[in-house]
Design a protein around this ligand. Structure first.
Ligand code: ZN
Ligand code: ZN
Length: 356
């Protein structure tokens, strides 16, 4: 919605004075979309101090940019960034912020010395961390679609079915309910469960195994992210042990979430549950991450994170235990930190699901 985009640009422009900028040149397409609504695969955006926007894209997107970004001045050109620089110079801009984490050194050199350049660093990424109501409602829909897709597929999962079949069924269900899968669906059965980002294979699922399924729908560009580890038939004591530990670690992580909490401490709360049971070395990744227009975005819940949690920030909480040559467990939900509570967006039970 144009009003939301205008508001987001104003929040960015409010930081210009602190950063010593007159304008910003936004070249990361995710950030272009966030600040203007434009979803094309080529383009750049200039944001001026009053929050107004000029957007440059090529003729393939002439109709789309007018439709998606009606409040921005559009330039249809094959020399987008240079055109925007001309416009900024004409508008009296002398120092412009640029996305140093995105723009290549070669592209930055091409932009020349007609303006002073100041790196924006993660300024826009941090703006994107706190979601507005429209963003949260898209995330809720994406998470609901993900829960529903899993519920539709669960009765079909069982001994003899392959990882690839499960992934394909889930992806189809996600396409029926949303824009589709927001990232490559992971289905890791038996020993493959020890690989956190295993790609589904033709391996048939056997009896007495754990199967880790990590997937999520995308709605309006916003990503759900959830993982369930399910079991076939009777599993052994070691499998129950690691499942219960990961479940308890996730509970501890969710309980530690709150406004003002350090992301590092949330990670530590969950990690302690796993480490105290002697499995610390088997949980190698961070506890979670923000979700939004990207599947992985700020804040990051990990031992080296400097992020602090604010209201209206969605994050995943996804502890895991991975035992080489044996198997693994991960349980992941997307939740939102609010001022007074934590809202779970993915709501499928975390009790062990057993299929035939
Ligand atoms: Zn995931
Ligand atoms: Zn995740």
């Amino acid at each position: 919605m144009p009003a939301d985009h205008q508001q987001r640009r104003q929040r960015l422009a409010e930081q210009f004075r602190v950063l010593g900028l007159d304008a910003a040149l936004v070249t990361n397409l995710v950030n272009v979309r966030y600040l203007s609504g434009f979803t094309g695969s080529a383009g750049a955006l200039a944001v001026l101090a009053d929050g107004s926007a000029e957007i440059a894209t090529d003729s393939r997107y002439a109709v789309q940019v007018a439709d998606e970004s009606p409040d921005a001045t559009a330039h249809i050109t094959r020399a987008g960034r240079a055109t925007l620089i001309d416009r900024l110079v004409a508008a009296g801009v002398t120092v412009v912020g640029f996305e140093d984490r995105h723009l290549s050194v070669a592209a930055w050199r091409e932009l020349g010395e007609r303006l002073g350049w100041t790196p924006l660093g993660s300024t826009v990424d941090h703006l994107r961390m706190v979601k507005d109501d429209g963003e949260l409602s898209l995330l809720r829909r994406a998470c609901q679609a993900s829960d529903d897709a899993l519920a539709a597929v669960l009765p079909r999962i069982g001994v003899g079915v392959t990882e690839r079949e499960v992934a394909r069924w889930l992806d189809d269900e996600l396409r029926n309910r949303a824009e589709g899968p927001g990232f490559d669906t992971i289905v890791a059965s038996g020993v493959n469960g020890a690989i956190p980002h295993h790609q589904p294979t033709d391996r048939p699922i056997a009896d007495g195994e754990l199967i880790t399924i990590d997937f999520g729908a995308r709605v309006g560009g916003y990503h759900a992210d959830m993982t369930r580890t399910i079991a076939t038939g009777q599993i052994g004591a070691w499998q129950h042990e690691i499942y219960d530990l990961v479940h308890a670690a996730q509970e501890a992580g969710i309980a530690a979430l709150g406004v003002g909490e350090a992301a590092r401490e949330v990670d530590a709360s969950a990690r302690a549950v796993i480490a105290d049971a002697g499995f610390g070395a088997a949980f190698g990744h961070g506890l979670g991450h923000g979700v939004g227009l990207q599947i992985h975005e700020a804040p990051f819940l990990g031992s080296t994170s400097a992020d602090k949690l604010q209201p209206s920030v969605p994050v995943t909480v996804e502890p895991g235990i991975y035992l080489p040559d044996r198997g693994g467990v991960r349980i992941e939900d997307t939740v939102v930190v609010h001022a007074d509570r934590v809202e779970r967006l993915t709501t499928t039970t975390r009790d062990l699901l057993v299929v035939g």
